[in-house]
Each structure stands twice: as structure tokens, then as C-alpha cells.
Write a protein that binds this ligand. Structure first.
Ligand code: ADP
Ligand code: MN
Ligand code: MN
Ligand code: MN
Length: 330
């Protein structure tokens, strides 16, 4: 599998290679003119295996292999290769031991009508309130699929740390982490792949759209929890990280990589701060950055950047936050 060049939102692609007994995956390639990554007259893009885990769907000795895209001319990173940016950030700031925990929200949709699972077929459910972490047939749709996805992630050895039903019916969340800047992207993209495979099996669209339902319905985000060794030891470092994210020019730079359609989701309503304003605060779900109450109490821990969209690229998000915060905390 690899990350393609689809605009405005990159997608995961995959194909299958049959290996002889004991054979390694090795360098491979694909037709980049079919993924918005090359022109037809110079179409080959190189696949470099970089991360692998057990394939929990096929089982046995089978593996899932995440690849980076490289250019044929000098085997340098392809412009769409955001993982290379995460690797560079880790090489520069790995001594600060950055850790990320991502909360991936998503929405189950009917693949033909794009109407959410759990919504009546020709109307709307009752207003938001009872659905978040809800239980029971009236409030919940799709739990079997969530449980199956969770089991696949565990069998693959991914750092999945929890799941919950979300505020809008048909919306769910799983969390990956805490793991480092590169690993969080590897695990998240493979967890997304497994989610889409569950969607194929049950003919449900697993959507990462940031605002699938207009109106008084929550959007879907990828809250990004972040810490460094200093932040895990001191509250001064927690505040310094918040200030680094709010420094002149930084909010705009971050919003630009936090996912397509972010203006529709970060409206200031539905537990968000506006996309064009920056704030941080303890327990504040209307701020750009939330400092969890436990962190304020313990005077150390981590911060939650609430801005990234569900459709953001975890490699790009983790690389940017690492660079912005670690350059100040160094
Ligand atoms: P919320 O209350 O925002 O819904 P969640 O429980 O869904 O929070 O997610 C919290 C996330 O924070 C988890 O993914 C967890 O792995 C992550 N996390 C916990 N501690 C740290 C830490 N020190 N650094 C980075 N992430 C952390
Ligand atoms: Mn959560
Ligand atoms: Mn959530
Ligand atoms: Mn959160």
C-alpha cells in the first residue's frame, strides 16, 4: 500500500504481490499516471517498503506492507511522499521523544445515497445528545463493524487504544497511539485501510469527510494529542508548545495541512474553534488546543490539537506539529 496524489485529499492505494517462501517484499513500482503521481510518458513510480505488519484479513504468514513513493531518476522522495517529512522530523527531533495519539472520527454512509447509517431512510433522527458513547438499537448503528475493525487492528499489532460512538448517529471514532511521529502515520493509514476493507465487506462507505452532514450535526475530526519528554515533565513546556502553535503565521501554516474543507468544520460551533482564530485553554473544547484537566492538575502531560480534520494526512500533521513545537522546546 501507498499514499497517492489524489487532490484535494490523498487516498491509500494497494495491490498484491505473491512472494516465494522466505522472499522479502523488495522494491516494486506502479503506474503513477493512474494515481495523479506521474505523467503518461514517464509513468513509473518506485515503491520502497518501509513498514510491515501481519495481514489480519488473510492471516497465516501474509503481511501488509506500507511503502514510500520514490522518483525513478534518483530514488529521492516523490513530492506526495509525506512520510519522508515525518522521517525527517524524527531525525531532527527524535531526541525529544515526541509521542502522538490520534482520534480518528469517521462516518458510516450508504454508498449509493451517502445518507448516514442510523438516520431514517427519508428523514432525520432526533437532535444530537443521546448518541455519543450511547448504547441500544435506537441510538446506535454499525457497532458490529466497529468491533470487527478493532479486532483486525489488534491482530495486525497496531497501537489502537480505544473506540467510541460519536455525537452524530453513524459517526464513530478509534484512537491510535501514543507512538512516535512516523509510527503514528504508519499505524493510522493501515487502520484506515482495514476500515475501508470492512466497508467493502458490508457495502458501507467508511467516510473521512470532515462535514458529511451540513446543519446542526458534528463534523468529523482527527484530534491530535501530542507530547515531548519535556511536556511529560513540566507545565512550562506544555504552555510553550501551545504558544509555539499560536506564534505569528503558525495557525495559517497548520490549517493549510489539516485537511480539505476545514472551514466547513471549524466554524466555532459543535465543539470547535473557528479556523481563522487561535486559542488554547484547560478543558476547553471550543479552543484550538485543549489542555486536558488531568494535565493541568498534574502540571505535566500532553496537549490536544483539536483542529485536524478526519481527512487529514497523519504523516503531514505529525511532521508539522513535531517541527513547530520541538524547534521551540529544544
Ligand atoms: P478525548 O477525551 O479527547 O475524546 P481520547 O481518549 O479519545 O480523548 O484520546 C486521547 C488520546 O491521547 C489517546 O489516543 C491517547 O493515546 C493519547 N495520549 C495519552 N497520553 C498521551 C501523551 N503523553 N502524549 C500523546 N498522546 C497521548
Ligand atoms: Mn476521543
Ligand atoms: Mn471524538
Ligand atoms: Mn478529543
Amino acid at each position: 500500500m501507498w499514499i497517492d496524489g489524489t487532490v484535494p485529499t490523498a487516498e491509500i492505494r494497494s495491490k498484491t504481490k505473491i512472494l516465494a517462501d522466505g522472499e522479502n517484499p523488495g522494491i516494486w513500482g506502479f503506474d503513477g499516471s493512474s494515481t495523479n503521481q506521474a505523467s503518461g510518458d514517464n509513468s513509473d513510480v518506485v515503491l520502497q517498503p518501509v513498514f510491515q505488519c501481519p495481514d489480519p484479513i488473510r492471516g497465516g504468514d501474509d503481511i501488509l506492507v506500507m511503502c514510500e513513493c520514490l522518483l525513478t531518476k534518483d530514488l529521492s522522495p516523490h513530492p506526495t511522499n509525506t512520510r519522508a517529512m515525518a522521517v525527517a522530523a524524527m531525525e531532527k527531533y527524535g531526541d525529544q521523544q515526541p509521542l502522538f495519539g490520534l482520534e480518528q472520527e469517521y462516518t458510516m454512509l450508504d454508498p449509493v445515497s451517502s445518507w448516514p447509517y442510523g438516520f431514517p431512510s427519508h428523514g432525520y433522527p432526533g437532535p444530537q445528545g443521546p448518541y455519543y458513547c450511547g448504547v441500544g438499537a435506537v441510538k446506535i448503528a454499525g457497532r458490529d463493524l466497529v468491533e470487527e475493525h478493532t479486532t483486525l487492528c489488534i491482530k495486525a499489532g497496531l497501537a489502537i487504544s480505544g473506540t467510541n460512538a460519536e455525537v452524530m448517529p453513524g459517526q464513530w471514532e478509534f484512537q491510535i497511539g501514543p507512538v512516535d511521529t512516523v509510527t503514528v502515520g504508519d499505524h493510522m493509514w493501515i487502520a484506515r485501510y482495514l476500515l475501508f476493507r470492512i466497508g467493502e465487506k458490508y457495502n458501507v462507505e467508511m467516510s473521512l469527510d470532515a462535514k458529511p452532514m451540513k446543519g446542526d450535526w458534528n463534523g468529523a475530526g482527527m484530534h491530535t494529542n501530542f507530547s515531548t519528554n519535556k511536556m511529560r515533565e513540566s507545565y512550562d513546556a506544555i504552555i510553550a508548545a501551545c504558544e509555539a502553535l499560536g506564534a505569528p503565521g503558525k495557525p495559517e501554516e497548520h490549517i493549510a495541512v489539516y485537511g480539505h474543507g476545514i472551514q466547513d468544520r471549524l466554524t466555532g460551533a459543535h465543539e470547535t474553534q473557528r479556523y481563522d482564530q487561535f486559542s488554547y485553554g484547560v478543558s476547553d473544547r471550543g479552543a484550538s488546543i485543549r489542555i486536558p484537566w488531568q494535565v493541568a492538575k498534574d502540571q505535566k502531560g500532553y496537549i490536544e490539537d483539536r483542529r485536524p480534520n478526519a481527512n487529514a494526512d497523519p504523516y503531514a500533521v505529525a511532521a508539522l506539529i513535531t517541527n513547530t513545537c520541538c524547534s521551540v522546546l529544544a
